[in-house]
Ligand binder design. Structure first.
Ligand SMILES: [Zn+2]
Length: 161
């Protein structure tokens, strides 16, 4: 007699590729979805599945596990990677937005912001897994944006928000 559970999908077996855009997504912890899904979306969460974050700017899918997806409307916060608004957070824990970072760059204080975030991380205050929809530390994203803003200003191309 065969065990009916032998072939059931288990965590980690689902595709790492977004079913809508084909971009590879990074795994996110369940606690991130539990913290950030709207009540209606959370009611359909399948905790046994391994969810991933789709980082593609043009794709509406935020989380997927196989063919099961959650779109931007299913997430309580706006997603930096998918929403080009200047008031969207880059750092969700400490509230730094695209516009805030551009202002800091104009004042020459952008490095101070990345240093303050690093200080908070070191002090154990970072809560990216429950605040940031990508479920992982924002520091790389913040540094990347600061570099792009600086390069754009040097090139005279205006804001590259
Ligand atoms: Zn996608």
């Amino acid at each position: 007699m065969t065990d009916p559970l032998c072939c059931a999908p288990t965590r980690g077996e689902t595709s790492s590729v977004c079913p809508v855009c084909g971009t590879t997504g990074k795994p996110v912890k369940l606690i991130t979805l539990k913290a950030l899904l709207t009540p209606g979306a959370l009611a359909t969460l399948a905790p046994e599945r391994a969810y991933r974050f789709c980082p593609d700017a043009g794709c509406d899918v935020v989380y997927f596990a196989g063919g099961h997806t959650y779109a931007q409307a299913d997430v309580k916060v706006r997603v930096y990677q998918k929403d080009r608004s200047t008031d969207v957070p880059v750092c969700y824990c400490f509230g730094h937005t695209r516009a805030g970072l551009e202002l800091a760059r104009l004042d020459g204080h952008a490095e101070a912001i990345t240093q303050s975030i690093q200080g908070h991380i070191k002090a154990g205050r970072c809560g990216c897994e429950v605040n940031n929809p990508q479920g992982s530390c924002c520091l790389g994203t913040v540094k990347g944006l600061v570099t792009r803003l600086r390069d754009a200003a040097r090139a005279g191309a205006g804001a590259a928000l």
